[in-house]
Design a protein around this ligand. Structure first.
Ligand code: FAD
Ligand code: 2HG
Ligand code: ZN
Length: 517
Protein backbone atom coordinates (compact mmCIF):
# COMPACT_ATOMS: atom_id res chain seq x y z
CA UNK A 1 0.00 0.00 0.00
CA UNK A 2 3.00 2.25 0.61
CA UNK A 3 3.16 4.34 -2.59
CA UNK A 4 -0.56 5.09 -2.41
CA UNK A 5 -0.40 6.25 1.17
CA UNK A 6 2.24 9.01 1.17
CA UNK A 7 1.79 12.22 -0.76
CA UNK A 8 4.25 13.55 -3.35
CA UNK A 9 5.85 15.95 -0.89
CA UNK A 10 6.15 13.35 1.86
CA UNK A 11 4.21 15.63 4.19
CA UNK A 12 0.91 13.78 4.56
CA UNK A 13 -0.30 10.20 4.63
CA UNK A 14 -0.64 7.07 6.72
CA UNK A 15 -1.68 3.47 6.08
CA UNK A 16 -5.11 2.98 4.57
CA UNK A 17 -7.60 0.38 5.71
CA UNK A 18 -7.37 -0.97 2.16
CA UNK A 19 -6.50 0.15 -1.35
CA UNK A 20 -9.26 -0.49 -3.90
CA UNK A 21 -8.30 -0.45 -7.58
CA UNK A 22 -11.53 -0.77 -9.58
CA UNK A 23 -11.50 -1.25 -13.34
CA UNK A 24 -15.01 -0.11 -14.17
CA UNK A 25 -17.48 2.56 -13.13
CA UNK A 26 -19.72 -0.19 -11.70
CA UNK A 27 -16.84 -1.36 -9.48
CA UNK A 28 -16.24 2.21 -8.28
CA UNK A 29 -19.93 2.36 -7.47
CA UNK A 30 -19.78 -0.93 -5.56
CA UNK A 31 -16.79 0.21 -3.46
CA UNK A 32 -18.49 3.49 -2.60
CA UNK A 33 -21.82 1.86 -1.80
CA UNK A 34 -20.11 -0.62 0.55
CA UNK A 35 -18.12 2.10 2.31
CA UNK A 36 -21.17 4.32 2.58
CA UNK A 37 -23.16 1.47 4.15
CA UNK A 38 -20.46 0.64 6.68
CA UNK A 39 -19.42 4.21 7.49
CA UNK A 40 -15.89 3.90 6.12
CA UNK A 41 -14.39 7.10 4.65
CA UNK A 42 -13.06 7.00 1.08
CA UNK A 43 -10.09 8.85 -0.42
CA UNK A 44 -10.12 8.99 -4.24
CA UNK A 45 -6.68 9.11 -5.86
CA UNK A 46 -5.30 9.59 -9.37
CA UNK A 47 -1.57 10.01 -9.92
CA UNK A 48 -0.86 11.16 -6.34
CA UNK A 49 0.99 14.27 -7.50
CA UNK A 50 -1.21 16.70 -5.57
CA UNK A 51 0.64 19.28 -3.51
CA UNK A 52 -1.93 19.95 -0.78
CA UNK A 53 -2.19 16.57 0.94
CA UNK A 54 -5.73 15.91 -0.33
CA UNK A 55 -5.34 12.51 -1.98
CA UNK A 56 -3.90 10.28 0.77
CA UNK A 57 -5.34 8.77 3.96
CA UNK A 58 -4.92 10.81 7.11
CA UNK A 59 -6.68 8.58 9.67
CA UNK A 60 -4.46 5.54 10.23
CA UNK A 61 -6.01 2.28 9.10
CA UNK A 62 -9.47 3.85 8.90
CA UNK A 63 -9.92 5.05 5.31
CA UNK A 64 -10.24 3.21 2.00
CA UNK A 65 -7.95 4.55 -0.71
CA UNK A 66 -9.80 4.38 -4.03
CA UNK A 67 -7.25 4.51 -6.83
CA UNK A 68 -8.40 5.15 -10.39
CA UNK A 69 -5.10 3.91 -11.83
CA UNK A 70 -6.66 0.95 -13.65
CA UNK A 71 -9.27 3.04 -15.44
CA UNK A 72 -7.22 4.41 -18.30
CA UNK A 73 -9.26 3.71 -21.44
CA UNK A 74 -10.22 6.13 -24.18
CA UNK A 75 -13.96 5.81 -24.67
CA UNK A 76 -14.33 7.87 -27.85
CA UNK A 77 -13.09 10.77 -29.91
CA UNK A 78 -15.54 12.97 -31.79
CA UNK A 79 -13.60 14.39 -34.73
CA UNK A 80 -16.22 17.00 -35.63
CA UNK A 81 -16.73 18.34 -32.14
CA UNK A 82 -13.07 17.89 -31.19
CA UNK A 83 -14.19 16.23 -27.97
CA UNK A 84 -12.31 13.39 -26.30
CA UNK A 85 -14.02 11.08 -23.82
CA UNK A 86 -11.53 9.34 -21.59
CA UNK A 87 -11.45 7.50 -18.28
CA UNK A 88 -10.29 9.24 -15.13
CA UNK A 89 -7.13 7.24 -14.45
CA UNK A 90 -5.54 8.02 -17.83
CA UNK A 91 -2.21 9.80 -17.39
CA UNK A 92 -2.16 13.32 -18.84
CA UNK A 93 1.02 12.89 -20.88
CA UNK A 94 -0.11 9.59 -22.44
CA UNK A 95 -3.43 11.11 -23.47
CA UNK A 96 -1.63 14.12 -24.92
CA UNK A 97 0.77 11.91 -26.90
CA UNK A 98 -2.10 9.81 -28.24
CA UNK A 99 -4.03 12.92 -29.30
CA UNK A 100 -1.01 14.36 -31.08
CA UNK A 101 -0.13 11.20 -32.96
CA UNK A 102 -3.63 9.96 -33.80
CA UNK A 103 -5.65 13.16 -34.20
CA UNK A 104 -3.26 16.13 -34.51
CA UNK A 105 -4.79 17.53 -31.30
CA UNK A 106 -3.47 18.04 -27.79
CA UNK A 107 -4.64 18.34 -24.20
CA UNK A 108 -5.48 21.93 -23.26
CA UNK A 109 -3.64 21.50 -19.94
CA UNK A 110 0.07 21.00 -19.44
CA UNK A 111 1.96 20.84 -16.17
CA UNK A 112 5.24 19.60 -14.72
CA UNK A 113 3.56 16.49 -13.25
CA UNK A 114 2.10 15.45 -16.63
CA UNK A 115 3.98 12.13 -16.61
CA UNK A 116 2.01 10.95 -13.55
CA UNK A 117 -1.08 13.10 -12.96
CA UNK A 118 -4.39 11.85 -14.30
CA UNK A 119 -7.41 13.23 -16.11
CA UNK A 120 -9.54 12.66 -12.98
CA UNK A 121 -6.94 14.41 -10.82
CA UNK A 122 -6.70 17.49 -13.01
CA UNK A 123 -10.49 17.75 -13.07
CA UNK A 124 -10.82 17.19 -9.32
CA UNK A 125 -8.27 19.94 -8.62
CA UNK A 126 -9.19 22.17 -11.63
CA UNK A 127 -5.47 22.18 -12.37
CA UNK A 128 -4.14 25.26 -14.15
CA UNK A 129 -0.65 24.69 -15.51
CA UNK A 130 1.38 26.51 -18.11
CA UNK A 131 -1.08 26.75 -20.99
CA UNK A 132 -4.06 28.27 -19.17
CA UNK A 133 -2.97 31.61 -20.57
CA UNK A 134 -3.81 30.28 -24.06
CA UNK A 135 -6.65 27.79 -23.60
CA UNK A 136 -8.10 28.99 -20.34
CA UNK A 137 -8.63 26.94 -17.21
CA UNK A 138 -10.36 23.58 -17.48
CA UNK A 139 -13.65 25.43 -17.15
CA UNK A 140 -13.39 26.27 -20.84
CA UNK A 141 -12.60 22.69 -21.91
CA UNK A 142 -14.67 20.38 -19.72
CA UNK A 143 -17.97 19.56 -21.42
CA UNK A 144 -19.05 16.37 -19.67
CA UNK A 145 -18.37 14.21 -16.63
CA UNK A 146 -19.35 10.77 -15.40
CA UNK A 147 -19.00 10.54 -11.65
CA UNK A 148 -20.07 8.36 -8.76
CA UNK A 149 -21.60 9.92 -5.66
CA UNK A 150 -20.65 8.90 -2.13
CA UNK A 151 -23.53 6.42 -1.87
CA UNK A 152 -22.61 4.68 -5.13
CA UNK A 153 -25.06 6.49 -7.42
CA UNK A 154 -23.64 6.88 -10.91
CA UNK A 155 -24.33 10.30 -12.45
CA UNK A 156 -23.86 10.21 -16.20
CA UNK A 157 -23.23 13.69 -17.56
CA UNK A 158 -20.91 12.43 -20.23
CA UNK A 159 -22.17 14.38 -23.19
CA UNK A 160 -19.83 15.47 -25.92
CA UNK A 161 -22.22 18.27 -26.96
CA UNK A 162 -20.36 21.53 -26.51
CA UNK A 163 -23.54 23.34 -25.59
CA UNK A 164 -25.95 21.56 -23.22
CA UNK A 165 -27.86 23.94 -21.00
CA UNK A 166 -30.41 21.60 -19.51
CA UNK A 167 -30.14 22.77 -15.92
CA UNK A 168 -27.42 22.95 -13.29
CA UNK A 169 -24.10 22.26 -14.94
CA UNK A 170 -23.00 19.19 -13.02
CA UNK A 171 -19.56 18.87 -14.72
CA UNK A 172 -18.60 22.31 -13.49
CA UNK A 173 -19.81 21.54 -9.98
CA UNK A 174 -17.51 18.55 -9.74
CA UNK A 175 -14.63 20.47 -11.38
CA UNK A 176 -12.34 21.66 -8.59
CA UNK A 177 -14.30 19.87 -5.84
CA UNK A 178 -11.14 17.86 -5.06
CA UNK A 179 -13.03 14.58 -4.75
CA UNK A 180 -15.32 15.76 -1.95
CA UNK A 181 -18.55 15.68 -4.01
CA UNK A 182 -18.03 12.58 -6.12
CA UNK A 183 -15.49 10.33 -7.81
CA UNK A 184 -14.82 11.23 -11.44
CA UNK A 185 -14.74 8.07 -13.54
CA UNK A 186 -14.68 9.61 -17.03
CA UNK A 187 -14.67 13.01 -18.66
CA UNK A 188 -15.39 14.65 -22.02
CA UNK A 189 -12.94 17.40 -22.90
CA UNK A 190 -12.68 19.78 -25.80
CA UNK A 191 -9.16 19.32 -27.16
CA UNK A 192 -7.58 21.95 -29.43
CA UNK A 193 -5.58 21.30 -32.59
CA UNK A 194 -1.95 20.80 -31.59
CA UNK A 195 0.22 23.70 -32.71
CA UNK A 196 2.99 22.35 -34.91
CA UNK A 197 5.61 24.88 -33.94
CA UNK A 198 6.80 26.12 -30.57
CA UNK A 199 9.40 28.78 -29.91
CA UNK A 200 10.49 29.92 -26.47
CA UNK A 201 11.98 33.25 -25.47
CA UNK A 202 13.80 33.76 -22.19
CA UNK A 203 14.46 37.27 -20.94
CA UNK A 204 16.38 38.60 -17.95
CA UNK A 205 15.11 41.67 -16.03
CA UNK A 206 16.60 43.89 -13.37
CA UNK A 207 13.26 45.01 -12.03
CA UNK A 208 9.74 43.68 -11.76
CA UNK A 209 8.10 46.64 -13.47
CA UNK A 210 10.09 45.96 -16.61
CA UNK A 211 8.89 42.36 -16.62
CA UNK A 212 5.30 43.46 -16.07
CA UNK A 213 5.45 45.85 -19.02
CA UNK A 214 6.82 43.13 -21.29
CA UNK A 215 4.14 40.66 -20.17
CA UNK A 216 1.44 43.26 -20.74
CA UNK A 217 2.66 43.83 -24.29
CA UNK A 218 3.00 40.12 -25.05
CA UNK A 219 -0.52 39.35 -23.83
CA UNK A 220 -2.19 42.55 -24.89
CA UNK A 221 -0.99 43.22 -28.43
CA UNK A 222 -2.89 42.23 -31.50
CA UNK A 223 -1.05 39.61 -33.54
CA UNK A 224 1.03 38.62 -30.54
CA UNK A 225 -1.45 37.70 -27.85
CA UNK A 226 -3.09 34.89 -29.86
CA UNK A 227 0.33 33.32 -30.49
CA UNK A 228 1.56 33.34 -26.90
CA UNK A 229 0.93 29.98 -25.25
CA UNK A 230 2.78 30.45 -21.95
CA UNK A 231 4.02 33.32 -19.80
CA UNK A 232 6.03 32.11 -16.81
CA UNK A 233 8.49 33.75 -14.45
CA UNK A 234 11.23 32.71 -12.06
CA UNK A 235 13.19 34.82 -9.65
CA UNK A 236 16.93 34.40 -9.16
CA UNK A 237 16.55 32.16 -6.12
CA UNK A 238 14.28 29.81 -8.11
CA UNK A 239 16.75 29.66 -10.99
CA UNK A 240 19.53 28.96 -8.53
CA UNK A 241 17.61 26.10 -6.93
CA UNK A 242 16.73 24.57 -10.33
CA UNK A 243 20.40 24.72 -11.40
CA UNK A 244 22.05 23.69 -8.14
CA UNK A 245 19.61 21.03 -7.00
CA UNK A 246 17.80 20.05 -10.16
CA UNK A 247 20.83 19.90 -12.44
CA UNK A 248 19.10 22.20 -14.96
CA UNK A 249 21.03 24.53 -17.27
CA UNK A 250 20.35 28.24 -17.17
CA UNK A 251 20.18 29.33 -20.83
CA UNK A 252 20.94 32.93 -19.80
CA UNK A 253 24.13 31.82 -18.03
CA UNK A 254 23.85 34.58 -15.48
CA UNK A 255 21.40 35.27 -12.69
CA UNK A 256 18.94 38.11 -13.15
CA UNK A 257 16.49 39.18 -10.47
CA UNK A 258 13.65 38.05 -12.74
CA UNK A 259 13.58 35.67 -15.68
CA UNK A 260 10.58 35.60 -18.01
CA UNK A 261 9.78 32.61 -20.18
CA UNK A 262 7.40 33.22 -23.05
CA UNK A 263 6.28 30.58 -25.50
CA UNK A 264 4.73 31.10 -28.92
CA UNK A 265 2.85 28.20 -30.45
CA UNK A 266 1.37 28.15 -33.92
CA UNK A 267 1.45 26.74 -37.40
CA UNK A 268 4.97 27.68 -38.46
CA UNK A 269 8.33 27.84 -36.77
CA UNK A 270 9.26 30.97 -38.69
CA UNK A 271 6.13 32.84 -37.61
CA UNK A 272 6.59 31.86 -33.94
CA UNK A 273 10.28 32.83 -34.04
CA UNK A 274 9.40 36.21 -35.51
CA UNK A 275 6.84 36.84 -32.77
CA UNK A 276 9.28 35.89 -30.01
CA UNK A 277 12.04 38.00 -31.59
CA UNK A 278 9.56 40.86 -31.73
CA UNK A 279 8.85 40.59 -27.98
CA UNK A 280 12.51 40.18 -27.08
CA UNK A 281 13.70 43.06 -29.24
CA UNK A 282 10.84 45.24 -28.02
CA UNK A 283 11.70 44.54 -24.38
CA UNK A 284 15.39 45.26 -24.94
CA UNK A 285 14.73 48.42 -26.94
CA UNK A 286 12.33 49.74 -24.30
CA UNK A 287 14.99 49.17 -21.65
CA UNK A 288 12.75 46.68 -19.85
CA UNK A 289 14.90 43.58 -20.27
CA UNK A 290 18.66 43.38 -19.84
CA UNK A 291 19.17 40.30 -21.93
CA UNK A 292 17.25 37.77 -23.94
CA UNK A 293 17.50 34.55 -25.91
CA UNK A 294 15.10 32.97 -28.38
CA UNK A 295 15.22 29.20 -28.85
CA UNK A 296 16.63 28.14 -32.19
CA UNK A 297 15.96 24.44 -31.77
CA UNK A 298 13.67 22.04 -29.95
CA UNK A 299 16.56 21.15 -27.65
CA UNK A 300 17.01 24.79 -26.63
CA UNK A 301 13.29 25.22 -26.05
CA UNK A 302 13.32 22.08 -23.93
CA UNK A 303 16.23 23.39 -21.90
CA UNK A 304 14.38 26.62 -21.18
CA UNK A 305 11.31 24.69 -20.09
CA UNK A 306 13.51 22.35 -18.03
CA UNK A 307 14.64 25.30 -15.94
CA UNK A 308 11.08 26.45 -15.28
CA UNK A 309 9.46 23.06 -14.78
CA UNK A 310 12.39 21.75 -12.78
CA UNK A 311 11.97 24.09 -9.82
CA UNK A 312 9.43 22.02 -7.87
CA UNK A 313 11.47 18.82 -8.06
CA UNK A 314 14.68 20.70 -7.27
CA UNK A 315 13.08 22.24 -4.19
CA UNK A 316 12.16 18.75 -3.00
CA UNK A 317 15.74 17.61 -3.50
CA UNK A 318 16.99 20.61 -1.54
CA UNK A 319 14.84 19.77 1.45
CA UNK A 320 11.46 20.69 2.84
CA UNK A 321 9.32 23.40 1.28
CA UNK A 322 6.44 25.41 2.65
CA UNK A 323 4.26 25.76 -0.45
CA UNK A 324 2.16 28.82 -1.05
CA UNK A 325 0.11 29.05 -4.21
CA UNK A 326 -1.64 32.36 -4.52
CA UNK A 327 -3.32 34.65 -7.04
CA UNK A 328 -2.33 38.31 -7.05
CA UNK A 329 -2.54 41.36 -9.25
CA UNK A 330 0.86 41.53 -10.93
CA UNK A 331 2.00 44.63 -9.07
CA UNK A 332 1.71 42.72 -5.77
CA UNK A 333 3.30 39.48 -6.93
CA UNK A 334 7.00 40.33 -6.84
CA UNK A 335 9.18 43.44 -6.76
CA UNK A 336 9.53 45.74 -3.74
CA UNK A 337 5.75 45.84 -3.10
CA UNK A 338 5.23 42.16 -3.76
CA UNK A 339 4.42 39.05 -1.75
CA UNK A 340 7.89 37.53 -2.16
CA UNK A 341 9.57 40.59 -0.64
CA UNK A 342 7.00 40.59 2.18
CA UNK A 343 7.72 36.92 2.88
CA UNK A 344 11.47 37.54 2.91
CA UNK A 345 11.05 40.45 5.29
CA UNK A 346 8.99 38.25 7.57
CA UNK A 347 11.61 35.48 7.54
CA UNK A 348 14.28 38.03 8.44
CA UNK A 349 12.14 39.24 11.35
CA UNK A 350 11.20 35.84 12.67
CA UNK A 351 14.19 33.56 12.14
CA UNK A 352 17.71 33.49 13.47
CA UNK A 353 19.73 35.29 10.73
CA UNK A 354 22.16 32.40 10.77
CA UNK A 355 19.43 30.14 9.34
CA UNK A 356 18.74 32.32 6.31
CA UNK A 357 20.26 31.64 2.94
CA UNK A 358 22.87 33.93 1.42
CA UNK A 359 20.69 33.60 -1.65
CA UNK A 360 21.66 33.10 -5.24
CA UNK A 361 25.08 33.81 -6.69
CA UNK A 362 25.64 37.58 -6.82
CA UNK A 363 22.64 38.13 -4.58
CA UNK A 364 23.98 41.33 -3.09
CA UNK A 365 23.59 43.02 -6.47
CA UNK A 366 20.05 41.81 -6.95
CA UNK A 367 16.95 43.73 -6.08
CA UNK A 368 15.54 40.72 -4.29
CA UNK A 369 18.70 39.16 -2.88
CA UNK A 370 18.42 37.26 0.34
CA UNK A 371 20.40 37.79 3.52
CA UNK A 372 23.54 36.21 4.91
CA UNK A 373 23.71 32.94 6.82
CA UNK A 374 22.93 29.32 6.17
CA UNK A 375 24.41 25.94 6.86
CA UNK A 376 27.42 24.04 5.69
CA UNK A 377 27.79 20.40 4.90
CA UNK A 378 31.27 18.95 4.73
CA UNK A 379 32.69 22.35 3.94
CA UNK A 380 30.12 23.07 1.21
CA UNK A 381 27.74 25.94 1.77
CA UNK A 382 24.26 24.53 1.29
CA UNK A 383 22.54 27.78 2.13
CA UNK A 384 19.77 28.14 4.63
CA UNK A 385 16.10 28.99 4.63
CA UNK A 386 15.16 30.88 1.49
CA UNK A 387 12.01 32.19 -0.11
CA UNK A 388 11.72 31.85 -3.86
CA UNK A 389 9.01 33.05 -6.21
CA UNK A 390 8.03 31.66 -9.60
CA UNK A 391 4.89 30.78 -11.47
CA UNK A 392 2.30 31.54 -14.07
CA UNK A 393 2.76 35.28 -14.40
CA UNK A 394 0.33 35.40 -17.34
CA UNK A 395 -2.47 34.22 -15.02
CA UNK A 396 -1.38 36.16 -11.93
CA UNK A 397 -0.48 32.91 -10.14
CA UNK A 398 2.52 33.01 -7.83
CA UNK A 399 4.21 29.93 -6.36
CA UNK A 400 5.98 31.18 -3.28
CA UNK A 401 8.09 28.49 -1.68
CA UNK A 402 9.94 28.76 1.60
CA UNK A 403 12.68 26.17 1.39
CA UNK A 404 14.63 24.57 4.24
CA UNK A 405 17.69 22.60 3.07
CA UNK A 406 18.22 19.01 4.07
CA UNK A 407 20.77 17.72 1.59
CA UNK A 408 24.30 18.47 0.51
CA UNK A 409 24.37 20.27 -2.84
CA UNK A 410 27.62 18.62 -3.89
CA UNK A 411 26.38 15.04 -3.99
CA UNK A 412 22.76 15.14 -2.86
CA UNK A 413 23.69 13.08 0.22
CA UNK A 414 21.04 13.65 2.84
CA UNK A 415 22.31 15.51 5.85
CA UNK A 416 19.05 16.48 7.39
CA UNK A 417 17.01 13.40 8.13
CA UNK A 418 14.27 14.38 10.52
CA UNK A 419 15.90 15.25 13.84
CA UNK A 420 19.43 15.59 12.43
CA UNK A 421 21.35 18.73 13.11
CA UNK A 422 22.61 20.82 10.22
CA UNK A 423 25.94 22.55 10.66
CA UNK A 424 26.41 26.27 10.21
CA UNK A 425 28.90 27.50 7.65
CA UNK A 426 32.23 28.58 9.12
CA UNK A 427 31.29 32.26 8.89
CA UNK A 428 28.52 31.93 11.42
CA UNK A 429 29.96 29.09 13.50
CA UNK A 430 30.81 31.47 16.31
CA UNK A 431 27.16 32.34 16.84
CA UNK A 432 26.09 31.55 20.36
CA UNK A 433 22.82 29.72 19.68
CA UNK A 434 23.08 26.03 18.77
CA UNK A 435 22.08 25.20 15.19
CA UNK A 436 18.49 23.99 14.82
CA UNK A 437 17.52 20.53 13.65
CA UNK A 438 15.82 20.24 10.28
CA UNK A 439 12.49 19.61 11.98
CA UNK A 440 12.90 22.73 14.10
CA UNK A 441 13.94 24.85 11.12
CA UNK A 442 11.07 23.52 9.00
CA UNK A 443 8.55 24.21 11.75
CA UNK A 444 9.93 27.70 12.31
CA UNK A 445 9.85 28.45 8.56
CA UNK A 446 6.25 27.26 8.39
CA UNK A 447 5.20 29.25 11.44
CA UNK A 448 6.84 32.36 9.99
CA UNK A 449 5.08 32.02 6.61
CA UNK A 450 1.65 30.62 7.45
CA UNK A 451 -0.73 32.31 8.08
CA UNK A 452 1.40 35.42 7.43
CA UNK A 453 1.49 35.12 3.62
CA UNK A 454 -2.19 34.17 3.13
CA UNK A 455 -3.24 36.99 5.45
CA UNK A 456 -0.99 39.39 3.55
CA UNK A 457 -2.57 38.29 0.25
CA UNK A 458 -6.11 38.62 1.61
CA UNK A 459 -5.40 42.05 3.06
CA UNK A 460 -3.41 43.51 0.17
CA UNK A 461 -5.38 42.03 -2.73
CA UNK A 462 -8.83 41.18 -1.37
CA UNK A 463 -10.96 39.63 -4.09
CA UNK A 464 -8.41 40.70 -6.74
CA UNK A 465 -6.38 37.80 -5.45
CA UNK A 466 -6.78 34.43 -3.76
CA UNK A 467 -4.95 32.61 -0.98
CA UNK A 468 -5.35 29.44 -3.05
CA UNK A 469 -4.84 29.57 -6.81
CA UNK A 470 -4.53 26.27 -8.69
CA UNK A 471 -3.44 23.43 -6.38
CA UNK A 472 -6.62 23.25 -4.33
CA UNK A 473 -7.17 23.28 -0.58
CA UNK A 474 -6.75 19.64 0.50
CA UNK A 475 -5.34 19.49 4.02
CA UNK A 476 -2.61 22.09 3.83
CA UNK A 477 -4.77 25.16 3.16
CA UNK A 478 -7.69 24.19 5.41
CA UNK A 479 -6.73 26.76 8.00
CA UNK A 480 -6.82 29.75 5.69
CA UNK A 481 -8.78 29.00 2.46
CA UNK A 482 -11.74 30.83 4.03
CA UNK A 483 -9.84 34.12 3.73
CA UNK A 484 -10.64 34.18 0.00
CA UNK A 485 -14.18 32.84 0.18
CA UNK A 486 -16.80 35.49 -0.36
CA UNK A 487 -19.73 35.99 1.94
CA UNK A 488 -22.07 32.99 1.85
CA UNK A 489 -19.69 30.87 -0.23
CA UNK A 490 -18.56 28.56 2.54
CA UNK A 491 -22.12 28.07 3.81
CA UNK A 492 -23.19 27.16 0.27
CA UNK A 493 -20.30 24.68 0.01
CA UNK A 494 -21.44 23.01 3.23
CA UNK A 495 -25.01 22.75 1.94
CA UNK A 496 -23.85 21.19 -1.31
CA UNK A 497 -21.61 18.75 0.55
CA UNK A 498 -24.44 17.80 2.89
CA UNK A 499 -26.80 17.27 -0.05
CA UNK A 500 -24.44 15.10 -2.12
CA UNK A 501 -22.57 13.32 0.68
CA UNK A 502 -24.72 13.49 3.83
CA UNK A 503 -22.67 10.84 5.66
CA UNK A 504 -19.37 12.61 4.90
CA UNK A 505 -17.95 9.49 3.27
CA UNK A 506 -15.73 11.27 0.73
CA UNK A 507 -12.58 12.86 2.13
CA UNK A 508 -13.87 13.93 5.55
CA UNK A 509 -11.94 16.87 6.96
CA UNK A 510 -10.48 17.96 3.62
CA UNK A 511 -11.32 21.19 1.74
CA UNK A 512 -13.93 22.15 4.36
CA UNK A 513 -12.59 22.10 7.90
CA UNK A 514 -14.59 20.06 10.38
CA UNK A 515 -16.91 22.38 12.26
CA UNK A 516 -15.41 23.85 15.38
CA UNK A 517 -11.88 24.01 13.96
P1 FAD B 1 -4.05 13.22 -6.99
O1 FAD B 1 -2.83 13.84 -6.43
O2 FAD B 1 -4.13 11.75 -6.97
O3 FAD B 1 -5.34 13.83 -6.26
C1 FAD B 1 -5.50 15.20 -6.10
C2 FAD B 1 -6.90 15.48 -5.50
O4 FAD B 1 -7.90 15.10 -6.42
C3 FAD B 1 -7.19 14.69 -4.24
O5 FAD B 1 -8.02 15.45 -3.42
C4 FAD B 1 -7.93 13.46 -4.73
O6 FAD B 1 -8.78 12.92 -3.76
C5 FAD B 1 -8.69 14.04 -5.90
N1 FAD B 1 -8.90 13.10 -7.01
C6 FAD B 1 -7.96 12.49 -7.79
N2 FAD B 1 -8.55 11.75 -8.73
C7 FAD B 1 -9.88 11.87 -8.55
C8 FAD B 1 -11.02 11.36 -9.22
N3 FAD B 1 -10.90 10.54 -10.26
N4 FAD B 1 -12.24 11.72 -8.78
C9 FAD B 1 -12.38 12.54 -7.72
N5 FAD B 1 -11.35 13.06 -7.04
C10 FAD B 1 -10.12 12.73 -7.46
N6 FAD B 1 -0.96 21.73 -10.43
C11 FAD B 1 -1.41 22.76 -11.19
O7 FAD B 1 -2.58 23.14 -11.10
N7 FAD B 1 -0.56 23.38 -12.07
C12 FAD B 1 0.73 23.04 -12.22
O8 FAD B 1 1.46 23.64 -13.01
C13 FAD B 1 1.22 21.96 -11.44
N8 FAD B 1 2.49 21.52 -11.57
C14 FAD B 1 2.95 20.53 -10.79
C15 FAD B 1 4.27 20.10 -10.93
C16 FAD B 1 4.77 19.07 -10.15
C17 FAD B 1 6.20 18.64 -10.33
C18 FAD B 1 3.93 18.43 -9.20
C19 FAD B 1 4.42 17.30 -8.35
C20 FAD B 1 2.60 18.82 -9.06
C21 FAD B 1 2.11 19.87 -9.84
N9 FAD B 1 0.78 20.29 -9.73
C22 FAD B 1 0.33 21.33 -10.52
C23 FAD B 1 -0.13 19.66 -8.75
C24 FAD B 1 -0.80 18.34 -9.27
O9 FAD B 1 -0.05 17.75 -10.26
C25 FAD B 1 -2.17 18.61 -9.79
O10 FAD B 1 -2.98 19.02 -8.70
C26 FAD B 1 -2.85 17.42 -10.46
O11 FAD B 1 -4.07 17.86 -11.00
C27 FAD B 1 -3.14 16.24 -9.54
O12 FAD B 1 -3.51 15.13 -10.34
P2 FAD B 1 -3.38 13.64 -9.76
O13 FAD B 1 -3.97 12.70 -10.73
O14 FAD B 1 -1.96 13.37 -9.36
O15 FAD B 1 -4.30 13.75 -8.48
C1 2HG C 1 4.33 24.70 -11.02
O1 2HG C 1 3.74 25.58 -11.65
C2 2HG C 1 3.54 23.86 -10.06
O2 2HG C 1 5.52 24.43 -11.23
C3 2HG C 1 4.21 23.56 -8.73
O3 2HG C 1 2.25 24.35 -9.88
C4 2HG C 1 4.46 24.79 -7.90
O4 2HG C 1 5.87 23.55 -6.43
C5 2HG C 1 5.18 24.53 -6.57
O5 2HG C 1 5.05 25.36 -5.68
ZN1 ZN D 1 1.80 26.01 -11.12
Amino acid sequence: MGPYCTDWLGEYGCMALAVARPQTTQQVSAVLAACHRTGVPVVPQGGNTGLVGGGVPVAAGAEVLLSLDRMTGVRSFDEDAGVLTVEAGAVLQRVDEMLRSDHGRCMPVDLGAKGSCTVGGIIATAAGGVHAVRWGSLHSSLVGVEAVLADGTVVDGLSSARKRNVGYHWPHLILGSEGTLGVVTAAALRVPPAPEARVVAMLGFADWDGLRRTVRRALGSRGLAETVSAAEYLDAASVDVAVTWGGQRDPLDERYPYTLLLEAAGASQAYCSERMEEVAQGALAAGEAITGAVSASTAQARQMWGLREGVTEALSKRGRAVKLDVSLPLERMAGPQGAVAAARGRLRDQLDPAWLSPGPRGASTLEEGCVAGGWGCDGTDVGGVLACGYGHVGDGNLHLNVSVPSACAADGRPVGAEGDTLRRPPASSSAAAPPPSLAEAAAAARDASVPFVPEWVAKEAGMRGSVSAEHGVGMSKLGYAGLSRGSGEEALMRRLKAALDPTNTLLPGRVLAARGR
